[in-house]
Every structure is written in structure tokens, then in C-alpha cells.
Design a protein around this ligand. Structure first.
Ligand SMILES: Cc1ncc(COP(=O)(O)O)c(C=O)c1O
Length: 347
């Protein structure tokens, strides 16, 4: 059956199979490929209570040349390893991470959207503690699994359609000395309620501030913040912000285009002086922000300040976006060697 990817949002859509491996007593199993999506885990497994869990998100793109590419999967492998290290639990090696990602793409080859659709096969690697436990301890045994979903554009919105944001002054995503710099499941649980409040009020993005002073910008609920001002690419420098692979790539491309890159504290007072403001992440690369509302409390109707930006993606952001998409889809030369090719498995 032909899939209409234009009707798909960034959601779970069933695919063929998943692949996983377990590490028990320090020894990794061989990868298991299965069409059984119901994993069997001990009900006392750590993942069900203390949240020993980290995960990743990356995409497989079908390029203009028909070939399939993963974008910087080595960066996802490193970020997962840093999260596992923070949780004091085992992590897959770089080689294993890449191998399971490749297998997952090959197993779900029929679900890689065509180039023209603009859609992609989203990979979701997870690493969870599985040994039965009671009492707060790090996981000894883990399962590493990679699963996939053929996704359309985020929220069903057209690419680069600007969205509104609200600043969160009474909910924090991550503590100053907490785990915000790692892609842990626990961080998302922490931000869900505030995220729902913002979304139910029609905001596309929720902008978190630093938890200690609520005076400077951290990041959006599921993406990083960057702005353009006086020929500079400006993005927050904070250990409690997730090190976004998209942001890292945009910084490289910004330098290629002659922009100065500044990673520094961005106080909320500076927001009005930015020429272009965006959120960035794997899901859509860039979402231009057309308005930021400042509210003393997310639940209240009171808006103390409205900061407006253009209703269209800014020209510099657009240039950066096109370069990243160009590399991901094989339209432009991958001068940085960011893409990893995946070939169809021979029968
Ligand atoms: C909190 C948060 N920040 C930033 C990002 C963007 O990171 P990346 O560009 O690696 O997708 C994500 C998405 O993964 C995220 O969930």
C-alpha cells in the first residue's frame, strides 16, 4: 500500500521490525532482529521505577540520488554513551550503536519515505535498565534497542512555518547542576506538564529559562534556541541544555557562511534585539519563532510582554536550513563527511 507521507506528522507509525541487544553481567548479546514489538521485561526492572533510561533520535533520509543516508549517527552514539555514563550503567560501543541503527534501517527499508515526500525514517534508539531491583541503584544490566517510525513533518505543519513560543517562568526543565545536558527519559517526564500547558494554549514551543535565576535562556522543550543578530549566530552556553546535534551542525555551517558564532549566556532582556529567532533539532531542523510571550505563570492568562519577530523564516536562517537539508538529502556536497550511507540488505 502506498503511504501518503504528506498526511503524516511526527508520530509513531508501525514498521516491520526492531533490533535489540542486552548486556547482562557485563556481556553483550548478539543483536536480535524481531517483528515482535512487545518486549518481555521483568516487572522489577529498574526502568519501571527509577528511570535508568536514555534515548536518541536520528533520521534516515532518501537522497536525491536514491541513496539512503543517516545524519551524524556517531554523534548520537557519543551522546547516548555520555547519558549512560551519567546514569552509571553500561552503554553500547560506537560500533554496536551504528550496527543496530543500520540493521533497523535495512529491516524497515519499505518504510523509508521517497525523496520527493520530504519525509524520513526516524530512528529511536533506547537504552534501559532491565535487571530486577529494589532500592536506588544504577542498572547493572541494560537493553539497547533501535526502532523506527516513518514520520512526516512535525505537527503536520509546513516546513519552516513560523510558530509561537511562551517563556516558562514557573516550570523548569532541568536543574542548574542536574541532568539537562543528557538525553534522559527523566528530563522529559520533568517537562511534560509544562509542555502540555503551553500546547493546550496553542503555543508551538515552550522556552525554558535557567532554573536558578530565571533570567537567561536555556532551550525549548524539545529543541535548542538560536538567534541571529549583527552577523552573529548566538546560542546559549549551559551545561543543563541538551547538546543538540542540529545546533552543532548549524554552528559549523554558520561559520562556513562567515557568521560569527557566539555561545554565551543570553539574558531574556536581549530577546527584543534579535533579528531572527529559531528552535532547532532533528525533527524539523529549524522552526522560526514569530512571537514569544512572557507570562509570570503558564496557567494564567496574564501576558506581561509580547516580543514579535517576522512571520517568515529569516533570510540567514533559511540559508543555514537549506545547507543542512542539502547535505542530508545529497543535494549539496557533504564536505564535512557527516552522512553515513546505508545500503539495502541483499536477500
Ligand atoms: C530538549 C531537547 N533539546 C534539543 C534537542 C535537539 O537535539 P538534536 O538536534 O540532537 O535533535 C532535542 C531533540 O532531540 C531535545 O529533546
Amino acid at each position: 500500500m502506498e503511504i501518503d507521507y504528506s498526511k503524516r506528522s511526527f508520530s509513531y507509525y508501525p514498521t516491520n521490525a526492531i533490533v535489540y541487544a542486552t548486556c547482562i553481567d557485563g556481556k553483550w548479546s548478539e543483536p536480535v532482529e524481531t517483528d515482535n514489538f512487545n518486549l518481555s521485561l521483568h516487572c522489577f526492572a529498574g526502568i519501571f521505577h527509577y528511570a535508568p533510561s536514555c534515548f536518541e533520535g536520528l533520521k534516515a533520509f532518501r537522497g536525491v540520488d536514491g541513496r539512503v543516508r543517516l545524519f551524524r549517527p556517531d554523534e548520537n552514539a557519543k551522546r547516548m554513551a555520555s547519558g549512560a555514563n551519567y546514569l552509571d550503567m553500561p552503554s553500547p560501543s560506537m560500533e554496536m550503536f551504528l550496527d543496530l541503527c543500520i540493521r533497523c534501517v535495512q529491516l524497515n527499508w519499505d518504510f523509508i519515505p521517497p525523496y520527493e515526500s520530504g519525509a524520513s525514517l526516524y530512528l529511536r534508539p533506547i537504552l534501559v535498565g532491565i535487571n530486577p531491583q529494589l532500592g536506588i541503584k544504577s542498572a547493572n544490566d541494560v537493553m539497547f534497542a533501535v526502532m523506527a517510525s516513518g514520520v512526516g513533518t512535525y505537527s503536520g505543519a509546513k516546513a519552516l512555518k513560523p510558530g509561537t513560543a511562551v517563556m516558562s517562568r514557573n516550570y523548569d526543565r532541568a536543574a542548574t547542576y542536574g541532568s539537562g545536558g543528557y538525553k534522559l527519559g527523566a528530563n522529559y517526564a520533568q517537562s511534560l506538564h509544562a509542555y502540555n500547558l503551553a500546547h493546550n494554549q496553542g503555543y508551538r514551543e515552550l522556552l525554558f529559562l535557567d532554573s536558578a535565576t530565571h533570567s537567561h535562556i536555556e532551550e525549548f522543550g524539545s529543541s535548542n534556541f538560536f538567534a541571529i543578530k549583527n552577523g552573529c549566530y548566538v546560542t546559549p552556553d549551559s551545561t543543563s541544555v541538551l547538546p543538540s546535534i542540529t545546533n552543532k551542525s548549524l554552528r559549523t555551517v554558520a561559520e562556513e557562511f562567515g557568521l560569527k558564532v557566539e555561545r554565551r549566556t543570553i539574558y531574556t532582556d536581549e530577546l527584543e534585539s534579535f533579528e531572527e529567532v529559531n528552535s532547532c533539532g532533528t525533527a524539523v531542523v529549524i522552526t522560526p519563532i514569530c512571537r514569544i510571550d512572557d507570562k509570570p505563570a503558564l496557567e494564567s492568562d496574564t501576558v506581561t510582554k509580547v516580543i514579535k519577530y517576522s512571520d517568515e523564516c529569516g533570510p540567514i536562517s533559511l540559508k543555514l536550513y537549506n545547507r543542512i537539508i542539502g547535505i542530508q538529502k545529497g543535494i549539496e556536497e557533504d564536505t564535512y563527511g557527516w552522512c553515513m550511507f546505508v545500503d539495502e540488505r541483499k536477500a
